[in-house]
Ligand binder design. Structure first.
Ligand SMILES: [Zn+2]
Ligand SMILES: [Zn+2]
Length: 165
């Protein structure tokens, strides 16, 4: 099981780290036969600059600061493309978008949303995914291929929780 956390406070992402992430994303899209256009790449860059997690309107603000007027649809279309490429995930609980930290192949992220600090930890656990899928099937429901979100307390918030008791 892999574990990677997107956290605003640890946003010490250097310019060179961002550049290499963007280069990798570019190669990833090319290998899939899709195109990371300048605009799509810029949205990913802005998301990385915000520490890997942001709301769509924050990204729209960042775009506006760089280019003047920007339509919300421009941002959403770019985000939808990035999600389809498994480069970005939507976090419904927080209404944010996070940069995927796993290998960008199709995968089934289990997103742990910390109730204390709102950090999102991306976990990979195919067994849980399959269990949810079959439980829904038995209930006569259908499963939408998506992230599974779980509320919890992240690892970094655990010691504080103990001290508070
Ligand atoms: Zn992911
Ligand atoms: Zn936390």
């Amino acid at each position: 099981m892999q574990m990677v956390t997107s956290r605003k406070s640890s946003a010490k992402t250097t310019a060179s780290a961002i550049a290499s992430r963007l280069e990798a994303a570019h190669a990833h899209c090319r290998a899939r036969g899709s195109r990371l256009t300048t605009q799509r790449k810029e949205i990913l860059e802005l998301l990385l600059l915000r520490g890997g997690s942001a709301k769509a309107y924050d990204l729209q603000d960042d775009m506006r600061a760089r280019h003047g007027r920007v339509a919300p649809s421009t941002v959403y279309r770019a985000l939808e493309f990035l999600m389809a490429q498994h480069l970005v995930h939507r976090v419904d609980a927080l209404n944010t978008f996070i940069v995927c930290n796993a290998d960008h192949v199709a995968h089934h992220p289990l997103l742990l949303v910390c109730s204390n600090c709102e950090a999102v930890t991306e976990l990979q656990d195919d067994a849980i995914y399959k269990t949810v899928q079959s439980t829904l099937r038995h209930a006569g429901a259908s499963f939408v291929e998506s992230e599974i979100e779980v509320k919890g307390i992240c690892g970094k918030c655990q010691p504080q929780q103990r001290e508070a008791r």
